[in-house]
Ligand binder design. Structure first.
Ligand code: HEC
Length: 172
């Protein structure tokens, strides 16, 4: 099947928030928040409630990525702290998709041993949640959320349910 990366048009304007300008949500459509460039971003309310995608990203990260990249994106002896990588290496939404789908080798680690980020391009459990993963890591890298499972979250939007069903396809 062809994987579709979601690009939502800006629809509803949101009141300003305190986060770094580049990650600031300026619009929202069906529970998905977008920055000024139209890329997915997080939205954390004053009482700590996170948007659905940040929460979902937390879950998917801990299902698919933490075994190498450590809990809460803190890194391990084997793979870099993604909490820092996004900023330090200027990994934007498109670069992120590229690395996760195609993999990457020996750019991150000091020392002699081979360092391999596997390609997840054919893994629907990762690729169908690429926006969720990116939004969660963006929030972690801006310190907009701390370690651990976010305590409060927005309800799962119908649009997320629909996209997920279409992307994952019928149960095999
Ligand atoms: C089998 C271990 C493993 C798993 C699982 C894994 N990664 Fe990686 N990842 C690595 C290694 C090792 C690197 C460093 C590769 C290099 O040296 O360039 C890396 C690099 C990356 C980078 C680039 C970071 C940088 O500093 O250059 C991103 C982004 C990334 N991984 C995202 C993910 C995401 C998202 C997931 C879960 C869907 C994931 N990885 C799962 C091992 C893994």
């Amino acid at each position: 099947m062809v994987l579709r990366f979601s690009m939502f048009a800006a629809a509803v304007l949101i009141a300003g928030s305190a986060y770094a300008a580049d990650s600031k949500a300026v619009s929202e459509e069906d529970g998905k928040y977008l920055d000024a460039d139209g890329n997915p971003t997080y939205n954390i309310q004053a009482d700590g409630t996170v948007d659905w995608y940040t929460y979902s990203g937390f879950r998917m990260y801990h299902a698919e990525c933490h075994v190498c990249h450590g809990p809460d994106a803190m890194g391990s002896t084997y793979a870099p702290a993604l909490k820092d990588s996004l900023k330090q290496k200027n990994i934007d939404y498109y670069k992120f998709q590229e690395i996760v789908s195609s993999g990457q080798q020996n750019t991150a680690v000091q020392g002699g041993s081979a360092s391999v980020m596997p390609a997840f391009g054919t893994n629907l459990n990762v690729m169908c949640f690429i926006d969720d993963l990116y939004v969660y890591l963006r929030a972690r890298s801006d310190d907009a959320i701390g370690r651990g499972r976010p305590a409060k979250k927005e309800t799962k939007p119908d649009a997320a349910r629909k996209y997920q069903d279409e992307c994952l396809g019928p149960p095999k």
